[in-house]
Design a binder for this molecule. Structure first.
Ligand code: BGC
Length: 735
């Protein structure tokens, strides 16, 4: 991963300027560092509260104040306990989760969302916002997938970099997390990732590389898990060899909360700040215990000096020391507009076989909405990504707001979650380090009373569905499944929703199915009978409004899946070939064949493929050409909106090695067998996303779209299409 191989390609004069600035900042930081005593220096490299380090008032060095991200700035906690302060001044803008942002395939929206987060973090007096989460979605079961962008490294970095730039524009540091290969929650503190270096460098590391080079991300959070036998927070390989030496990173590296396990190794691994979840701050590994090691000569004070220098450089970059800092704000109307814009473009129309969508708002005089997710607010859940939202428009509210008083909107719940989960204690973080830090859970056992209650809800919903001509079901997942510290055991819809959907489609085949959540679910029991299916995410405070606008056609859907929607989790390579959520070792035996790279190479049918998403209009692709200019390659193509509605299309460019076609690995549907036969011959996936552009076209409008292609090599086939499996044109030769 050499710098010149990336699209970074900054002007040489700019990088020289950067280098000069870096040196100036470093010199100034060093001279301040030299005035500090050992005690003061040690106080700066570990948490003195749960979300801040200690200030050094004598020299005017402030505390470094941090807060979670990434969907908004988290509420205030007591300094030394996970009790919420409970004031009313920490309600914030609730942004769509990163999966939703990725589904927009819109870099500008990513930048705008980052900008909102930065402004609000600053507005709330924070210095570091703990996001974005950029881990690759290796398995659909990972409980934190909603916090991450995609299964694809290219899409992830294309969204993460502008997001980071947006945050940092506000004199707030983004903290790209979790470095690295933190792809499961089960045993997240102890699991050892066994991965070949090719896969690590091609799939899991590129986004971090781009974040710290192109995105200039000021801080990095080292992950909980181990890699090659060592915890990431104290990994010489990851932090020293790769991050510092290879990539030349001089930002601050912060541990995940409780991710450090050894004073000496952490000190020597170039980790700069240790944070944790307990209040024994002086006993942290990088507090008194490290001071002792320095005093007895086991660890050199130079090591501490380097950490403090980098922290002071960070403070300088944020203008924390010169008083020239931007002030930020929160809950600005423009922030809510950004949340709405992103939510609108995140909705994915998965299926609309008979064109039932959009519904007509004028003709809708009565409508039945079914499903708990229609009326559930998701902001307060999910783990450290929880948000105290200023408000959250649910789908039910959004539909009611859109239809107004001339339509009667009826609602029945249809299913319900486990009441125990609804009332769960939200102060989970203080116990989050117990038992290896994470679990896997299935649908859980349910008692008879609950089963009976669900049956009653279902029967009521099915009965009513027969009475209405317009019925929308809104179900899916919630933060009981999509949650930090927890992985799902399978992709099944919880709370007997499959049965409910089957019965609803039988009672009223017109029923529109809407699912919201952060990860795909199994649909096999009913998908063939559902004509219209819409996917929403945790789409922020305006999510319900955006969804309603899509359902009723005032917004033309333009979201595309940023991940494969498998038929079932065993179709995913992490489960079919590698292993996932093992207690001690996670074996990434699938190598680079992650997500569609596996499905496409080994001929496994997804339910919905990577990049898929329909529109209410249609687009044609013509006149594709490949051009090279100044050492860069571009795919050009004429895109025409052939329908009657204005809409946005994401033109996707995949690179394929000629010869690695569909027939290369046989045609078996049995992934494992094909894999074993093909794996020895296959070093590269048949195709990989290497460029995209999103365009807006009025009805009948036609435009030539130019997409820069990353990593183009002579002789490669350039596939241009509307999804990974809807390739419209291919070019091999330059014009
Ligand atoms: C999470 C981080 C988070 C931190 C602080 C940890 O449990 O893994 O993503 O930023 O807590 O809340």
């Amino acid at each position: 991963m050499k710098k010149e191989n990336t699209a970074a390609g900054n002007l040489i004069s700019e990088s020289l300027q950067d280098e000069t600035n870096k040196n100036i900042i470093k010199k100034e930081a060093q001279s301040l560092m030299r005035q500090l005593t050992l005690d003061e220096k040690i106080s700066m490299i570990h948490g003195a509260e749960l979300f801040r380090t200690a200030p050094v008032e004598r020299l005017g060095i402030p505390a470094l104040v941090m807060s979670d991200g990434p969907m908004g700035v988290r509420q205030e906690f007591e300094p030394d306990s996970w009790k919420c302060v409970g004031n009313h001044d920490d309600y914030v803008t609730y942004l769509p989760c990163n999966s939703a942002l990725a589904a927009t395939w819109n870099r500008e929206l990513a930048k705008a969302a980052g900008g909102v987060l930065g402004a609000e973090a600053r507005g709330r007096g924070k210095d570091v916002i703990l996001g974005p989460g950029v881990n690759i979605k290796r398995s659909p079961l990972c409980g934190r997938n909603f916090e991450y962008f995609s299964e694809d490294p290219f899409l992830t970095k294309e969204m993460a970099v502008p997001y980071i730039l947006g945050v940092q524009n506000w004199d707030v540091a983004a903290c790209v997390k979790h470095f690295a290969a933190n792809n499961q929650e089960t045993q997240r503190l102890w699991v050892d990732v066994k991965i070949d270096e090719k896969a690590l460098r091609e799939i899991y590391l590129p986004v971090f590389y781009e974040a710290v080079t192109k995105g200039n991300c000021y801080t990095v959070m080292a992950a909980y898990n181990k890699i090659y036998g060592e915890h990431c927070c104290q990994s010489d390989f990851l932090l020293n060899q790769i991050l510092r030496k290879e990539w030349g990173y001089d930002g601050a590296v912060i541990s995940d909360w409780g991710g450090v396990h050894d004073s000496k190794r952490a000190a020597q691994s170039e980790l700069d700040i240790e944070m944790s979840v307990t209040s024994n701050f002086d006993e942290y590994f990088m507090a008194e215990p490290l001071k002792k090691l320095v005093e007895e000569g086991t660890v050199s004070e130079d090591v501490i000096d380097e950490k403090v220098t980098r922290i002071l450089m960070l403070m300088k970059r944020l203008h924390m020391l010169d008083g020239e800092r931007k002030s930020g704000t929160y809950n600005a109307p423009s922030h809510r507009q950004t949340a709405l814009d992103a939510a609108r473009e995140s909705v994915v129309l998965l299926k609309n076989t008979k064109g039932k969508l959009p519904l007509s708002p004028k003709k809708t005089k009565e409508i039945l909405i079914i499903g708990e997710n229609a009326d559930l607010q998701h902001a307060p859940g999910g783990g450290s990504a929880e948000i105290k939202a200023l408000y959250e428009i649910t789908p039910l509210m959004g539909i009611q707001m859109l239809l107004g008083g001339n339509a009667e909107v009826s609602y029945v719940r249809g299913y319900c979650q486990d009441p125990k989960a609804e009332n769960a204690d939200t102060n989970w973080q203080e116990t989050s380090l117990e038992n290896g830090g994470g679990t896997s859970s299935g649908a859980g056992c349910q008692d008879e009373a609950l089963a009976y209650h669900r049956k009653q809800l279902r029967e009521e919903a099915v009965r009513k569905a027969k009475e209405f001509s317009s019925v929308i079901f809104v179900g899916g997942l919630n933060h009981e499944q999509d949650c930090e510290g927890n992985d799902r055991a399978d992709m099944k819809l919880p709370y007997e929703q499959d049965t409910l959907i089957e019965q609803l489609l039988e009672a009223n085949p017109e029923t529109i199915i809407v699912l919201t959540g952060g990860s795909p679910v199994e649909m096999s029991r009913w998908i063939d009978r559902a004509d219209s299916l819409v996917w929403g995410w945790y789409a922020g405070m305006e999510g319900g409004r955006a969804l309603a606008e899509v359902l009723f056609g005032s917004v033309n859907p333009s979201g595309k899946l940023p991940e494969s929607f498998y038929k079932m989790h065993t179709d995913c390579s992490a489960h079919a070939w590698g292993n996932f959520a093992q207690k001690e070792t996670a074996d990434y035996a699938e190598g680079v064949f992650v997500g569609y790279r596996y499905l496409d190479t080994f001929h496994i049918e997804p339910q919905f493929c990577f990049g898929h998403g329909l529109s209410y209009t249609s687009f044609t692709y013509q006149n594709a050409v490949l051009r090279k200019e100044n050492g860069r390659a571009y795919a050009e193509c004429r895109i025409t909106n052939t329908g009657t509605m204005a809409g946005k299309e994401t033109v996707q460019v995949y690179l394929a090695k000629p010869g690695l076609g569909q027939t290369d690995c046989g045609d078996s549907a049995d992934g494992e067998a094909v894999w074993q036969e093909g794996a020895e011959r296959m070093e590269e996936p048949v195709q990989q996303l290497k460029g995209f552009e999103k365009v807006f076209l009025m009805p009948q409008e036609s435009r030539c779209v130019r997409v820069e292609i990353e990593d183009y090599r002579e002789g490669m086939e350039v596939r241009i299409g509307s999804s990974s499996r809807d390739i419209r044109v291919c070019v091999c030769q330059e014009v």
